[in-house]
Ligand binder design. Sequence first.
Ligand code: NBG
Length: 809
Amino acid sequence: MELRNGIGLRPLGTTPAEFEQDMLSNLYYRRGTTVESASAQDAYESLALTVRDRLAARRARTAAAQFAANPRWVYYLSAEYLLGRQLEQNLLYSDTGEVAAAALKTLGLSPDEVEELDVEPGLGNGGLGRLAACLLDAMATLDIPAVGYGIRYDFGIFKQAFTDGAQVEKPDDWAFQGNPWEFPAPDDRQTVFFYGHTERDADGNTTWVPGEVVLGEPSHMLVPGYGTETVNIVRLWSARGSESSFDLSRFSAGQYAEAVAAAVEAETISKVLYPDDSTQRGRELRLKQQYFLVSCALRDIIRRFRLRNSSWTDFADKTAIQLNDTHPTLAIPELMRLLVDEERLSWDEAWSITQRTFAYTCHTLLPEALETWPVTLFERLLPRHLEIIYLINEGLLAKVRTRFPNDLDRVRRMSLIQEEPERRVRMANLACAGTSAVNGVAELHSRLLAETTLRDFAELWPAKFRNVTNGVSPRRFVRLANPTLADLITSSLGGSGWINDLERLDGLAELADDPEFRARWREIKRANKVRLGLGDPDSLTDVMVKRFHEYKRQQLKLLHVITQYHRIKNNPGASYVPRTVLFAGKAAPAYHAAKSIIRLINAVAAVIDADPAVSPYLKVVFPPNYNVTLGELIIPAADLSEQISLAGKEASGTGNMKLALNGAITIGTLDGANIEIRDRVGAENFFLFGLDTPGVTELKSTGYHPRGYYAWDDELRAALDAIAAGAFGGVGQEVAASLLDHDEYLTLADYRAYIDCQAEVDRAWQDQDRWTRASILNTARTGFFSADRTVRDYLSTIWHVDPIRVSHP
Ligand code: NBG
């Protein structure tokens, strides 16, 4: 009995000799090989297993403590997780870094070679996916009983390469060599239905008769807390064909492909992250993925609930499910279906449980980014869910009509069904209706959500709307990514307590004027640039790393680069602040305009590189395939952080937080979390430019004419003319035309303010003491942006879940 709950486990050794012994047993018994014939992969996996075992022991104790407490759990549902590499993280979190290094040494293995084999699971696309990973990290660190649910995509986000400067997408077969960090649990598999029809019996009960049955097989990875015993899990689901999906008679008849067709079809569901949705089949696959995730997750959540509870009346008190954007919104009608059709609860009771269980985080302001699905697709794929959505809609609209009589327009806007031009299900509306809390991810964003994008819902349910400003993991983005800075901070603050209590960074502020401390600060930044190995480490490293999107305005940064290029060309004798401009990021495969901007950046980089009059002062680098691993190298090396989205478009940004924490100074607009960063670091330590949200609204309402700016500003005209004339290749014409004719994100309107602000950056850089002071203060004053604080905010305003301490063995 003791053994079962993880408390009676034989403790694993902590000495180098014991670690080495365990690594050898893993090599022999689990890899089935010997020292003589071990490959680098064998060495890596044996090391990974040895580290994992130490966390698994903690996991066993965590589960014992958590289940014994029968608490309210947090379940985080997300289509994306960008977990980052696991080896270094788990060495740190299990405090085995030193013994592991010693063991590797005696076994004659190179740590670098082993580290190289640790593949990043790229199961996400951008900020939303990395936020999910940071929140899991913080929940474990704060001892919160939590499980993350997602999909184990066979292929993660594509690998980006450049051919002639153009983005090409290669499949990311991240688990090709296996993934030593995960535990498959096929016995917890779930059955998922699709298609078919519904039937009603004499008592009015409904049954869904499916047309396709697929299996969901989970495996989990460990999510350790830092500086605590808790180890939570993230459970990722793979789709499999059901037992009947192999057709032996066809196989025997030599129809091999037909024999496995059903299984292949089923497995397609977890094949890739965000399949191309430009075709009907692609859209259907995406909706299938969404339902697959929520169906598996909810059944698993209910299975866990039943381990300790028996009454549905307790469900919402024991379960807080957070919907990370609208992708998992189908969980709302799915829980209704389970409660009403399968558990035979009354509609009202089921609806009350559902609303109290769920909460929804919105990550965008772009109305076009709010998901909708054709009703016809729903009808075919999820016939019962569509019926349930109609019923939810009836209740919702009745409420709207009572609250706002004779307001037909409002009813039309709030309906879960869009009627024109095609009938579609509005997922964000469903998410607002079926939850008890809706939050944005930065103060401005939450306010704008309630005033614009989700205004009708905020008027109906003002108390539902909250703000929870995003945060990032200080473990991954300072301690692991920037170990020398972390050491300096630890020695300056007299201990490493700041890592789990990030506001303590404030103690660095008093060192900002200490010349010795400043010198050390600068040395570390320089060493991080050398480690990155791109560009002159003494130049100003100007960094724009994020997904490519026109609203984020990489094109504005590019206009600055071209303007600077022209200035140097036109006045070669003058002196310039040498800059290395670093772009990194991927564009969605079907996003043509973003891909053109990537291509143009690479072309400009090549022209500058080839020009000896310019290249001493200006260099543009664009390392391909931005991911968490590359971010961990770039962020600590940055001097300047580019956060230049059009005000009112960036929900929050989290790269802005990571960069500021690592001492980069932001140049940015009053958008997303930039505002909160500036409030904290102080206006004098932040380069602000551009229109604010009221300014944007006003300009748009009076009619925006990009050509006016072009006509009036000589430098802007020169830059656009050069682009359009093909000075940087053929793609320029299209980019210039789009800016001159549409410029949806007001790039040209903010151009002059941005260029002038960049001149201020140059001036500030020339006073290195002043710069370093500002850099130190950026780190000192951004402790607020720890994901730990974010999780505490979710806990106190939305989840109301208590921590559970796991005792030492
Ligand atoms: C992103 C927003 C960011 C925000 C993160 C996390 C997606 C789809 N959205 O501004 O663009 O910081 O979500 O909330 O990745």
